[in-house]
Design a protein around this ligand. Structure first.
Ligand code: PEP
Ligand code: MG
Length: 573
């Protein structure tokens, strides 16, 4: 069977299914007493699950036991539980509907209280209701504590926040029925090096415990395969492991083209602990720390202190090397219940990132203050996402200046020369990059979003996924324009979207003059190895020809031909 390979690598393990539950609608039941029995059983199971979660989370230094302790409190509310039973018996409805309806009423009451604490409890109520309903239906959530060490997760689609919390040491591979190639879930799968396949179609014929083979490079997967397929797969996997081992010879080497043009290979990370993976892969800097992951899987935004310790840890651990921390990029596919960004028709075009931050100074200033305070521990660069116009840049600079003055007045130290940059991920910003370049110290091109906004193709929508392409000539022309404008203004330009690490495009980026490649840590050595084979002068001469292509397909063809030519020329050197 085949889907789309979204995170590279191969894996073998036992299937663990995340069951979908149907939409719960108001339905009469035949036997109310039996429904009450189902409810009582489900409540008991749910409480047991929460006890187990609390115990394991308490044992984990990064655990979040408090969340589950809060969830358990609802089980000691006799009023709530009585109301559910009463609803089943009086209205003769199913247990799952009674839970949904009664919890729904509570959620409305809590939301209306206008009190932050009570509003935060709405998220808890939603989670608890889902847990009980899943147990009534016999489709419980996966018990990640209890699963085997070599598991393959089978799921319709994973949200970034669930992805951030799965046990990375146990999940060897993931297959999803749906999913977007540059969704934040996939970005995390790459970071954690979990081979992942998306858009695999219906997976209902896979059962818990089936043997599953995942090839994240090709998108192929096999369920309980015959011996021959199994053997061939294991042989391929051994070759892949050997290749990875061979790449280790590039550890400690400088990153440059064959003709000596130096570039920087930095890494994208999601949390402070990821610095360890960066170091293992010899990343030269942090080109993008997506700070929003610090805001996920919790009930309220992180405090200034929490943020300060996270940022300071990354800066200290990177020992003076460049660390670009991107300010909160919330919205789009990264919804946070407690920020109350209501459902939008077009979330990626809506209340996102800097647009949200500039309207919520209390949240934004807390983050900037934490960043400034942490800056004394290393080489911090601050980067702003989703910039679409010069006013946003100037507004952020003014806020930063104001905060610096406040801190100076209070004798709170911060680094003297914190570089300030922006992401170029909206076509408007790319088009006026000559103007923006005069305002900032650096650019980082976010191809994931730049592609979606340029081609008008939602990066999450499977139905239009075939249109999403980093090879589209319109995208490439914009990128070249940005690189030229940056260099003309004397600033450097990096690239931190997934295309930065795409082997077939790396020669083009080198030819265009991209100064920094920020990639998922597992790609550092691959990109470094590739660069040492490329002649920058040759690729610079090919840029105009590639940009004259009529379509993505033509670009791909040209890149292939030119690569073969470059290789032949090298062979004759
Ligand atoms: C991008 O858009 O390319 C990017 C790096 O940001 P994110 O993927 O987090 O939106
Ligand atoms: Mg982006």
């Amino acid at each position: 069977m085949t889907g789309v390979g979204a995170a590279k690598g191969m894996a073998i393990g036992k299937a663990v299914i995340q069951y979908e539950i149907p939409e719960i609608i108001a339905r009469k039941c035949l036997d109310p007493a039996m429904e009450v029995g189902k409810l009582e059983q489900a409540l008991q199971t749910s409480e047991q699950q929460l006890d187990n979660l609390i115990a394991t989370q308490k044992a984990d230094p990064r655990g979040e036991a408090d969340i589950f302790v809060a969830h358990k409190m609802f089980f000691s509310d006799p009023d709530l539980l009585e109301k559910i039973k009463e609803k089943i018996l009086v209205e003769q409805v199913t247990a799952e509907w009674a839970v949904k309806a009664v919890f729904g009423d509570y959620m409305e009451i809590f939301s209306a209280m206008g009190n932050t604490y009570m509003q935060e409890r709405v998220v808890d109520l939603k989670d608890v209701a889902e847990r009980i309903i899943r147990n009534i239906l016999g489709k419980p959530s996966i018990d990640y504590n209890g699963i085997a060490a070599e598991s393959i997760l089978i799921v319709k689609e994973l949200t970034p926040s669930i992805m951030a919390s799965i046990p990375k040491d146990k999940i060897q591979g993931i297959i999803m029925e749906e999913g977007g190639l540059t969704s934040h879930t996939i970005i995390l799968a790459n970071l954690f090096e979990i081979p992942t396949i998306i858009r695999a179609g219906s997976l209902s014929n896979i059962h818990n415990g089936d043997e599953v083979l995942v090839n994240g490079d090709t998108g192929e997967f096999f369920v309980n395969p015959e011996k021959k397929v199994n053997t061939e797969f294991r042989e391929k996997m051994a070759v892949l492991i050997a290749h990875k081992k061979a790449l280790r010879s590039f550890v400690g080497q400088a990153s440059h083209s064959k003709d000596g043009i130096k570039v920087e290979i930095a890494c994208n990370i999601g949390e402070p602990e990821d610095v360890a993976i960066v170091k293992q892969n010899d990343g030269e800097a942090i080109g993008l720390y997506r700070s929003e992951f610090l805001y996920m899987n919790r009930l309220a935004p992180p405090t200034e202190e929490e943020q300060f310790s996270a940022y300071a840890k990354v800066l200290k651990d990177m020992q003076g090397k460049k660390v670009i921390i991107r300010t909160l990029d919330v919205g789009g596919d990264k919804a946070l219940d407690y920020l109350k960004i209501t459902t939008e028709e077009n979330p990626f075009l809506g209340y996102r990132a800097i647009r949200y931050c500039l309207e919520h100074p209390e949240i934004f200033k807390t983050q900037l203050r934490a960043l400034l305070r942490a800056s004394i521990y290393g080489q911090l660069l601050i980067m702003i996402p989703m910039i679409s116009g010069v006013e946003e840049v100037r507004n952020v600079k003014a806020i930063l200046l104001e905060l610096k003055k406040e801190m100076q007045a209070k004798s709170i130290p911060f680094a003297a020369d914190i570089k300030f940059g922006i992401m170029i991920e909206v076509p408007a910003a790319a088009i006026i990059s000559d103007i923006l370049a005069k305002e900032v110290d650096f650019f980082s091109i976010g191809t994931n979003d730049l592609i979606q906004y340029t081609i008008a193709v939602d990066r999450m929508n499977s139905k239009v996924a075939r249109l999403y392409s980093a090879y589209h000539p319109a995208v490439l022309r914009l990128i070249y324009q940005v690189v030229q404008n940056a260099h003309q203004a004397g600033i450097w330009v990096g690239m931190c979207g997934a295309a930065a690490g795409e082997s077939s495009l790396v020669p083009l980026w080198l030819g265009m003059g991209v100064d920094e490649f920020s990639v998922t840590p597992s790609s550092v050595l691959e990109v470094r190895a590739l660069l040492t084979e490329l002649n920058s002068k040759y690729w610079r001469q090919q840029v105009a020809d590639i940009l004259a292509s009529a379509s993505s397909e033509e670009v791909m063809e040209k890149l292939k031909e030119l690569k073969a030519k470059d290789a032949r020329a090298r062979a004759n050197d």
